[in-house]
Design a binder for this molecule. Structure first.
Ligand SMILES: [Zn+2]
Length: 268
């Protein structure tokens, strides 16, 4: 191939290669082949300049992929060895992620899709990778997700999700913005105390309403940590509790009648 325009269009550098060929059309899409150019390499461990080529190896770099086709660069990479200290190393290629067979361009596309709410499964399928790989790309890009500031109207509700700490996790949400504030790993009192205890007093004071189900610990939480908050039981949970209570009462009455009748029958 005379022009290395395809490398530029995938965010890579033609100067990193001494020769490229392709594309060859295959069942999955297009395959390019490239031979990495030898460079004047310095040893990353001892900075010695006397490094030589140890061997070449083949690595596949996915340039781009979607549901219809994949474009792959079969890359003949160079492994160098330092004559001073014996360390072997490679020189990163511009645009290709170190340790991953992905270009930064494709990773950016995947992250944008995940940010828009696509599932890991859909993104993995669209880019022809495994779900685990998609999760890893996301985790690497977001090593830590910070919580949002406590809002004026804070919703708290638990959902079943077992962790070593608890069977239930808690979801904190901002009612007015319809946004998640945080997901915390337990609804138990000790954990809630630790979590809210780490938040500054002025921030906690901003919460005016805490909307909860009828779980006791949340009322405790408001009393102890949210001095300006009124506790409001949300309608869904009030209705559910009343229905549960009604059924409970109904069952209890049935049980009571049967119990009394049995005793009555025995006596006769
Ligand atoms: Zn060295």
């Amino acid at each position: 191939m005379d022009s290395n325009a395809f490398l530029l269009s995938f965010g890579m550098k033609p100067g990193d290669f001494e020769r490229t060929e392709g594309p060859i059309e295959s069942d999955e899409g297009f395959v390019y082949e490239g031979w990495e150019a030898r460079k004047d390499a310095g040893c990353p461990r001892c900075a010695s300049r006397s490094c030589i080529i140890k061997d070449r190896y083949v690595a596949e770099i996915r340039l781009r992929s979607d549901m219809l086709k994949t474009e792959i660069l079969v890359c003949h990479r160079i492994k160098y060895v330092c004559k001073g200290c014996g360390k072997t190393f490679t020189i990163p290629l511009k645009g290709a992620m170190v340790g991953r067979s992905l270009t930064y361009l494709e990773r950016a596309a995947m992250l944008a899709e995940l940010d828009q709410g696509d599932t890991f499964e859909r993104v993995a399928m669209a880019h022809g990778i495994s779900k685990t790989e998609a999760v890893n790309v996301f985790d690497e890009a977001h090593p830590e997700v910070r919580r949002k500031p406590l809002p004026k109207i804070l919703l708290i509700d638990e959902f079943k999700f077992s962790t070593p700490y608890s069977k239930y996790c808690c979801h904190l949400a901002d009612f007015e913005a319809s946004e998640s504030v945080d997901v915390i790993r337990s609804r138990q009192k000790a954990y809630l105390d630790e979590y809210f205890g780490r938040i500054g007093e002025s921030e906690r004071g901003r919460v005016k309403v805490l909307v909860t189900d009828m779980y006791d610990e949340y009322a405790h939480l408001a009393r102890k940590w949210l001095p300006n908050a009124k506790v409001v039981a949300d309608r869904f949970h009030v209705a559910q509790t009343m229905i549960d209570a009604a059924y409970g009462y109904h069952n209890f009455e049935r049980f009571r009648k049967r119990f009394l009748l049995m005793r009555w029958n025995k006596r006769r």
